[in-house]
Design a protein around this ligand. Structure first.
Ligand SMILES: Cc1cc2nc3c(=O)[nH]c(=O)nc-3n(C[C@H](O)[C@H](O)[C@H](O)COP(=O)(O)OP(=O)(O)OC[C@H]3O[C@@H](n4cnc5c(N)ncnc54)[C@H](O)[C@@H]3O)c2cc1C
Length: 367
């Protein structure tokens, strides 16, 4: 039996693998994606879909630059995916509100406004009266909010499926229900994979996009699962912006559901939603938006974020594993960073320079 060969073999059909397959296929390069379950069936199926670099970045630096580059791709990509696949990926330009529940938080957020404005970012401080007129359902006693005009949102599951569908239309071979058991190596080079059915695939480049399971294939990659739980509500009332409090976010989605998230739990590969987490999330949400107390609780959902020790993604190549491209460890930002990760990996596979500086995300930092 002849061994299947391809240029790029992607392990994992989450949002990262789908974005990589789409970007590689866009350049006409042969690509095969192996997903052991279904495309978009893990964390990428239910993530809140926030595109919020200014909430996620602690300050200026490489992560902020990567996240801004990623965010900038969404408007055109959403329009192109609708045209190419007919899928509305739920991209909504709403801006976000980061509310201050007391004067201490207000001081911190005002400080952020000053450095973010210096960096040329579209943010401003809202005093309580303006905040109340923008988002009337918010609790009255808030000390103001940081309004970020360019942080938006998308629907993660729709985006994952649209990317995979377009990748296939561009010639990518997407195989579901087939897992990778291990990498095939010749010396320091990764030359392909062996599947759980015992078949071998040879590839010039293997892309590790297995989310929180990445360490099971490359043990020296320090990616661990960090559980996150959300609650979905339905309410006659709606919100104009995603709202971030200090320990909760509340987001009205394109399908009229309201998402309340999210826990961060270090509990291994357990992604069952728990009643206690639901209650705690709802308490936090009702503190900010008391009017949601009469909302219908639809369901709870949990997924596993791929976490790294420094909370930064792992993107790039490592000297002791030539031929292997890392695209993992995106933690809370896999949706936001999906498109830019796809573009970076496609550039590496084509032997071109990365479109953004990825030195800070190098897999060598854990080697
Ligand atoms: C509650 C919650 C809220 C979130 N909200 C946001 C948000 O608002 N914005 C944002 O940007 N991010 C958010 N995230 C993070 C985001 O969901 C993740 O960063 C992203 O989904 C990771 O995508 P991935 O493709 O790397 O991994 P996954 O979605 O986990 O996909 C990995 C895939 O690899 C497959 N796989 C694993 N091992 C193998 C193997 N050996 N062979 C073949 N296939 C394999 C799995 O079956 C899986 O389908 C959230 C996450 C959670 C849990």
């Amino acid at each position: 039996m002849s061994v299947p060969r391809t240029d790029v073999l992607v392990i994992g059909g989450g949002i990262i693998g789908a974005a990589v397959a789409d970007a590689v296929a866009a350049g006409g390069t042969p690509v095969v994606l192996l997903e052991r379950a279904q495309v978009g069936s893990a964390a990428s199926s239910g993530a809140a879909g926030l595109l919020a670099p200014l909430v996620e970045a602690e300050g200026p630096g490489p992560f902020l630059e990567l996240a801004l580059a990623g965010r900038a791709m969404f408007r055109d990509a959403a329009a192109a995916l609708l045209r190419d696949t007919g899928v509305d990926v739920g991209y909504r330009e709403t801006g976000t509100l980061r509310v201050a529940e007391d004067d201490g938080v207000a001081r911190e957020l005002r400080h952020r406004v000053s450095w973010e404005r210096e960096r040329g970012l579209g943010v401003r401080w809202l005093e309580p009266a303006e905040l109340a007129s923008r988002e009337p359902l918010l609790h009255e006693g808030l000390s103001g909010a940081l309004f970020s005009a360019d942080d938006h949102q998308v629907t993660s599951s729709a985006l994952t499926h649209a990317l995979a569908r377009r990748a296939a239309a561009r010639g990518a071979v997407i195989v579901e229900g087939l897992g990778v058991e291990r990498l095939l190596r010749v010396g320091d080079r990764v030359v392909g994979v062996r599947t759980t059915r015992g078949e071998e695939y040879r590839a010039k480049h293997v892309v590790l996009a297995a989310g929180p399971w990445s360490s099971t294939l490359v043990p020296r990659v320090t990616v661990r699962p960090l559980k996150g739980q959300l609650v979905h509500l339905r309410s006659a009332r709606t919100l104009s912006h995603p709202i971030f409090g200090s320990d909760v976010y509340i987001v009205a989605k394109a399908d009229d559901r309201i998402v309340v998230g999210a826990t961060v739990e270090d509990v291994g590969f357990d992604w069952a939603p728990r009643e206690e987490a639901t209650r705690s999330l709802l308490d936090r949400a009702f503190r900010l938006i008391p009017a949601l107390r009469d909302a219908e609780v639809l369901d709870a959902w949990a997924g596993l974020r791929p976490g790294t020790p420094d909370r930064l993604p792992i993107i790039g190549v490592r000297r002791d594993a030539q031929g292997l491209i890392f695209a993992t460890g995106h933690f809370r930002n896999g949706v936001l960073l999906s498109l830019i990760t796809g573009r970076i990996v496609a550039a590496i596979a084509a032997g071109e320079p990365s479109p953004v500086d990825i030195a800070a995300f190098s897999p060598e930092r854990f080697a």
